[in-house]
Design a binder for this molecule. Structure first.
Ligand SMILES: Cc1cc2nc3c(=O)[nH]c(=O)nc-3n(C[C@H](O)[C@H](O)[C@H](O)COP(=O)(O)OP(=O)(O)OC[C@H]3O[C@@H](n4cnc5c(N)ncnc54)[C@H](O)[C@@H]3O)c2cc1C
Length: 387
């Protein structure tokens, strides 16, 4: 049996980022079911940080985390973790109210946004249909960040190992017991690890993992999202196109490494699983491209799906379970687990080590009572509609 100070289930961005902070305070062991880092949600994200998603708590976490991506500490990573890519939110006549509501939220966190008209939108993203029946106005936020998710995950992993921490790949936790010396977890292969603090960062599996310990669920609901890669218009240089997002919340598109990614921004209820794209959602994605853009989807070069897991109020959750001493939830990162990871990891460190709430977070509207699991009643149902 291996002993640690902090035992983490799950080597996605949540477990890795928290592990890197906790490694300063003691021995960290992460137990991960898959062989590769970020095999599930963290490796399937489109890795963007922007204010056009989530509620005010999510925007506060996003704002706090930006500094880490723009100027990571010391020798965290040899290559940049992010690059600036503008974000364009557009509205048709039908979604003008949604754009206004979004603008009111975004300007609380950045004063860099500006309204742009149809010609300006066409200049930025020539494929976007503009004018009557199409995009009529937009907000440009020049502060969007395209994140390098692979560099991020690998660097967190390195930081953990550099302090003697371990990441145990290919070990699926099959049982959890609370004994006098702390939590003991056992893999399907029979290996065991023990620690006084157990952190549940199992993404879509956060509730089932808690269930192994006999702990009541907090209502983590996985929702599937689909991405397709389409051919750009022949001869077009689309590399500088913005991350282009409909205010209605039913489409986005962005250039990525010489390819054009698009999504219908779907949120299909699913079970915790190795998510695969559904044919209907792929067709819907292609249809949205043709609806919002002057692009004909003749070929889908690649497609994938991943799970975005939410609790009822859609605020990421960090904190000790009230009924199970030493059991810490780090779950419900939804569609913003990468862009909020630095803040969530700092919160986990503060709550686990009993140190002060991260400086500046309360001023951004992120307080302990908004984040801790005690706010959630057990076994909550479906999340409310997107704000
Ligand atoms: C298509 C798509 C686009 C997205 N775009 C963005 C974006 O632009 N920006 C952004 O910030 N976020 C985005 N997200 C959301 C982001 O990817 C997630 O919020 C984030 O990855 C969640 O991280 P996690 O560590 O909680 O989960 P995961 O990465 O899923 O990690 C959980 C880990 O726990 C492991 N595990 C589960 N059960 C066990 C067990 N019994 N034993 C051992 N290990 C176990 C799993 O194998 C898994 O590796 C997107 C998600 C998707 C699907």
């Amino acid at each position: 049996m291996t002993s640690a100070d902090f035992l983490i289930v799950g080597a996605g961005v949540a477990g890795l980022s928290a592990g890197a902070r906790l490694a300063r305070h003691g021995k960290v062991v992460i137990v991960e079911a898959e062989e590769a880092l970020g095999y599930h949600s963290s490796g399937r994200s489109v890795s963007f940080s922007h204010y056009g998603i989530g509620n005010s708590a999510v925007r506060g976490l996003t704002a706090w985390s930006r500094g880490f991506f723009e100027d990571p500490p010391g020798d965290f990573c040899a290559t940049p973790l992010s690059r600036t890519v503008p974000t364009l939110y557009f509205a048709t006549e039908d979604s003008l109210a949604a754009l206004e509501a979004l603008e009111a939220e975004i300007v609380r966190f950045t004063d860099a946004t500006r309204r742009i008209d149809s010609p300006a939108m066409s200049e930025l993203c020539p494929a976007l249909r503009t004018g009557e029946g199409a995009a009529v106005t937009g907000i440009l936020d020049p502060t969007g960040l395209k994140l390098d998710s692979d560099a991020l995950l690998q660097s967190f992993g390195r930081a953990i190992r550099a302090t003697g921490g371990e990441i145990m790949h290919g070990r699926r936790i099959a049982s959890i017991e609370r004994r006098a010396e702390g939590w003991t977890v056992r893999s399907e292969k029979g290996e065991t690890w023990t620690a006084p603090i157990l952190i549940d960062a199992a993404g879509a599996w956060a509730d089932p993992v808690a269930g192994l310990a006999g702990i009541r669920p907090i209502g983590v609901q996985p929702r599937r999202r689909t991405i397709i890669v389409v051919d750009p218009p022949a001869g077009a240089d689309f590399s500088a196109w913005p991350f282009t997002h409909s205010a209605a919340g039913d489409f986005y598109m962005l250039p990525e490494a010489g390819q054009l990614l698009a999504s219908p921004a779907d949120e299909v209820e699913d079970e915790p699983c190795d998510a695969a794209p559904d044919e209907y959602d792929v067709a819907l994605a292609a249809d949205r491209v043709e609806h919002y853009c002057d692009l004909k989807v003749t070929r889908i070069a690649h497609r994938w799906a991943g799970l975005r897991s939410f609790v009822a109020d859609r605020v990421p959750t960090a904190g000790f379970d009230r009924q199970a001493p030493g059991f810490f939830w780090l779950a419900g990162q939804g569609g913003y687990g990468l862009q909020t990871a630095p803040a969530m990891a700092a919160i986990a460190e503060a709550l686990i080590t009993g140190s002060a709430w991260p400086e500046g977070l309360a001023e951004l509207g992120v307080t302990r009572d908004r984040i801790e699991p005690g706010r959630l009643s057990a076994g909550t149902g479906s999340p409310p509609p997107r704000p």
